[in-house]
Write a protein that binds this ligand. Structure first.
Ligand code: PEP
Ligand code: MN
Length: 292
């Protein structure tokens, strides 16, 4: 039988740990500059009419996925205003997965959105799909949206970099935060310093939800960049009755606002009906957000 070793004998057999030189921590230089906190330490606050986006402000962008008719957008605008919405949304040029799906009302829709925003005194936001449309869309809206599918459309990014309108840049569904910030950098580097970022969910292995809302992106982005960050829970989760808890969570984690889709009759919506809140749900959510 093996004899028990004394503590001393055990210690003798242990090789002393040699002091190894610690590797020097070399931080990789960032490929974006203007978007970074190193370039600008204080939060960027974007003023749209009398609405402030960024800093300690929390705003709600609300409206239908698509502008579908005069009646529909005016009804939405009135309800949005009555419930404390700051900015009215409505898609006029729709990036649809299928070419046979409703493609939007185009400039006719934008005219309706513009009149509705004017009547109910709300700035409007709408998506621009191509470089050729940028000038005219920018002329007729208060904020121009670059959709997830176009986050790395560099010619489009350069084009919106040349306009004098705030741009809301949505995170691509397969993009890292670094790629999002570099896409923002394209716009900033071309002269437009009014960029808002939007987290709208990314594609993961999960199939229960339309996308996976990356709420952890918010505190990270707030550290990395001075730009305002909006969360879009509608396109992330894709299911009407599960949008509200995510919207509230977005406020809690420090987002500067949320963007919510709602519709007078979601089941008849021409796009994204499944994720569009009813008026009743939207009204409830606005009250809850206000109370948070
Ligand atoms: C939208 O906001 O209407 C939209 C199409 O969203 P995303 O680009 O995030 O899919
Ligand atoms: Mn939509």
């Amino acid at each position: 039988m093996q004899q028990q070793q004394t503590k001393k004998e055990v210690e003798k057999t242990i090789e002393p740990v040699k002091e190894v030189e610690k590797p020097k921590k070399v931080s990789k230089p960032k490929s974006y500059k203007l978007a970074s906190r190193d370039y600008k330490a204080e939060d960027t606050i974007i003023k749209v009419n009398d609405i402030l986006i960024g800093g300690n402000n929390f705003i709600v962008i609300g409206g239908p996925c698509s502008v579908e008719s005069h009646e529909q957008i005016f009804q939405c605008a009135q309800f949005a205003k009555e419930n404390g919405t700051q900015i009215l949304r409505g898609g006029c040029f729709k990036p649809r997965t299928s070419p046979y799906s409703f493609q939007g009302m185009g400039f006719d829709g934008l005219n309706e959105l513009k009149s509705a925003g004017k009547k109910y005194e709300m700035p409007i936001i709408t998506e621009v799909l191509s470089s050729e449309q940028v000038a005219e869309v920018a002329l007729n809206s208060d904020i121009v949206q670059i959709g997830a599918r176009n986050m790395q459309n560099f010619s489009l990014l350069k084009e919106v970099g040349r306009i004098h309108r705030p741009v809301m840049l949505k995170r691509g569904m397969m993009s890292s935060l670094d790629e999002l910030l570099n896409a923002a950098e394209y716009i900033l580097a071309h002269g437009n310093r009014q960029v808002i970022l939007c987290e709208r969910g990314i594609r993961t292995f999960e199939t229960a939800t339309r996308n996976t809302l990356d709420l952890s992106a918010i505190p990270f982005l707030k550290e990395l960049t001075h730009l305002p960050i909006i969360v879009d829970p509608s396109h992330a989760i894709g299911v009407r009755d599960k949008v509200a808890p995510l919207a509230k969570a977005a406020k809690v984690v420090g987002a500067h606002g949320v963007m919510i889709e709602f519709h007078p009759d979601p089941d008849k919506a021409l796009s994204d009906g499944e994720q569009s809140l009813t008026f009743e749900q939207y009204g409830e959510l606005m009250k809850d957000l206000h109370a948070l």
